[in-house]
Design a protein around this ligand. Structure first.
Ligand code: BTN
Length: 245
């Protein structure tokens, strides 16, 4: 992965650039990287603050030969790769299911996966990743919940080396994912980073909300939440938000 590199000093959003490249026929493994995004986007329609010169913003284009439901799990594969790379820097990393990377309780990385697909055929998947690397100050609104790797480690981190490490980890994890087109081979590694395991969580989904105990994920990437009555609910990442209680 990451064998074809497109670098922009500044852009709107690398997810948009990667989708455009995909429409123009760019191959699997194309990686779009920028130093600054003017319209960086996060999940749930939010924006992703993307200041210049300190962080990593990149999007990987894939053309997996699987079903759309299976390709959704790629976002967890990227989360695992990012967590492994962060851990290698000597910073304790955790994954807040499905795909936020957290260091010492604060978010350092977010992932936004988008897809163009028919019910049985995937045109392409783009996996966008934003990592707060050397940012030393955060706006008031997110200061309590966001941090950077440099703040947590107490020294500057070389972005290119981190990106290379994430791509190496992703490539290995993607190979394992492709053995079965699910997370079977990656479950132990993912669970070793999973936060909130065996903790009380509140699940907010479109049909209402319930509390339970998070027990881990299954090979489809669904969060397993044990309800009060002992029933194990499978929570699908696309529709819910999970909070610790
Ligand atoms: C989240 O809300 O946690 C996901 C944030 C994803 C941000 C990355 S930065 C690179 C890529 N381009 C975007 O516009 N968004 C993603």
């Amino acid at each position: 992965a990451g064998c074809r590199l497109m670098y922009f000093p500044e852009t709107g959003s690398t997810n948009i650039d990667a989708k455009k490249a995909a429409e123009e026929g760019a191959p699997e493994g194309t990686l779009v990287v920028t130093d600054c995004q003017n319209t960086g986007r996060g999940r749930r329609g939010r924006s992703w603050a993307s200041p210049k010169g300190c962080n990593l913003y990149f999007t990987l284009l894939l053309r997996p030969d699987c079903k759309p439901e299976q390709a959704c799990m790629l976002t967890l594969v990227m989360a695992l790769a990012a967590a492994e790379a962060v851990e290698e820097l000597g910073i304790n990393a955790g994954i807040k299911w499905p795909n936020d990377i957290v260091a010492h309780g604060k978010k350092v990385c977010g992932i936004l996966t988008e897809m163009s697909a028919e019910p049985d055929y995937i045109h392409y998947v783009v996996i966008g990743c934003g990592i707060n690397v050397n940012q030393m100050d955060f706006p008031e609104e997110i200061r309590a919940t966001a941090t950077s790797l440099a703040l947590e480690k107490g020294e500057r981190i070389t972005r290119s080396a981190l990106l290379l490490s994430i791509m190496e980890h992703f490539e290995k994890a993607y190979d394992k994912f492709r053995e079965t087109w699910d997370l079977t081979a990656l479950l132990p590694a993912y669970h070793s980073y999973l936060l909130n395991k065996d903790a009380r969580v509140r699940v907010l989904d479109p049909k209402g909300e319930f509390c339970g105990t998070a027990r881990g994920i299954n090979e489809a990437g669904e969060l397993l939440v044990e309800k009060e009555d002992g029933e194990l609910a499978r929570v699908y990442a696309g529709e819910v938000s999970v909070r610790g209680v």
